[in-house]
Design a protein around this ligand. Structure first.
Ligand code: GH3
Ligand code: MG
Ligand code: MG
Ligand code: MG
Length: 300
């Protein structure tokens, strides 16, 4: 565990450093509150902190208050280690946001176990954060392709359409559908079909710019949002996607599979495009047209 020690007393500092190192922690020391605050504001700051109360710069209690005001920060476990030992002082320290309060002179054995408690909480918090991130990702992404799922891509389209209206910018949407995907499943098996979907998703995503979005909105159907693109630019993008898939067969454990996409493009502002549903309907009509004109093609 990386532990930050902030104390203006050199003897305490040295003592703490030696003890903590003996217990296997990596120790960062500083002699005043401003230095501690700077270290704590940095990215990848230590998560377990031992703070003296009275120090030059910002005192330990104020550091606790300031840390607790910050949002979106990895949890910091704060231990006040101070010679102030009155009950009202303990209450003030804990109320300021300290997780624990130890009075000087401290008993090393007690400090050791209290730090262990802190490390356990930091660890639990880390696990919780990771689990939360994972579940947020899962709620908005498709598990097979890791693209946005239907809900998330429609949300993105809705807000992009709002933005394009607000800022009078262009916006294009592409609907893409795999050609005769049923034949691929029938001929090579469902698992190979899944591998094709995954690889197509990868190729589509890597042919886009960083502010474009792509989602899987049906079994073998994708929505691509191109903010700032007019019809011609969107057609070029769709053509790029079409050819990066048609030009190179997909290697799966069931063999090399050739596969093509049909794509329908629509852009806003357009005469009849007033909302997301209309925009998707127009793109779907263009896609239907691409299918009817022989597949493996882009239509507006
Ligand atoms: P078209 O060119 O007209 O689009 O023909 P198609 O065969 O692609 O279209 P159809 O809608 O008839 O079939 C879509 C197929 O996609 C049927 C379905 O089993 C398959 N599919 C949908 N989701 C998945 C999936 O997650 N994995 C696999 N392997 N197949 C899927
Ligand atoms: Mg002091
Ligand atoms: Mg389909
Ligand atoms: Mg299809």
């Amino acid at each position: 565990m990386r532990v930050l020690v902030a104390d203006d007393d050199p003897v305490t500092r040295r003592l703490l450093e030696a003890q903590l190192q003996k217990w296997g922690h990596e120790v960062i020391v500083c002699a005043d509150g401003s230095c501690a605050w700077r270290l704590l504001s940095a990215e990848n700051a230590p998560r377990l902190i031992i703070l003296d109360w009275m120090m030059p710069g910002i005192d330990g209690v104020n550091i606790c208050r300031e840390i607790r005001k910050l949002e979106q920060q990895p949890y910091k476990y704060l231990i006040l280690l101070t010679s102030k030992s009155r009950q009202d002082e303990v209450i003030e320290g804990l109320e300021a946001g300290a997780d624990d309060y130890i009075t000087k002179p401290f008993n090393p054995n007690e400090l050791k176990v209290r730090i262990r408690t802190g490390a356990r909480i930091v660890q639990l918090h880390e696990e919780l954060t990771l689990a939360l991130e994972k579940s947020r990702f899962q709620a908005s992404h498709d598990s097979l392709t890791s693209l946005f799922n239907r809900t998330a891509i429609f949300q993105a389209l809705h807000s992009e359409l709002e933005r394009s209206r607000r800022e009078s910018t262009k916006l294009s949407v592409i609907l893409a559908d795999i050609d005769h995907f049923k034949h691929i499943n029938d001929g090579y098996g469902h698992l190979a079909g899944d591998a094709v979907l995954k690889e197509l998703a990868k190729r589509i995503a890597s042919s886009l710019r960083m502010y474009d979005s792509v989602g899987r909105y049906g079994g073998e159907e994708f929505v691509i949002i191109l903010p700032g693109c007019d019809e011609q630019e969107a057609r070029n993008a769709a053509e790029r996607i079409r050819s990066c898939i048609a030009d190179k067969p997909i290697v799966t454990s069931a063999g090399e599979i050739s596969c093509t996409l049909s794509l329908g493009v629509t852009s806003a502002p357009g005469t009849s495009v007033k909302n997301m549903d209309q925009m998707l309907k127009k793109a779907d009509e263009a896609l239907y047209h691409a299918k009817n004109c022989g597949r493996n093609r882009v239509e507006l």
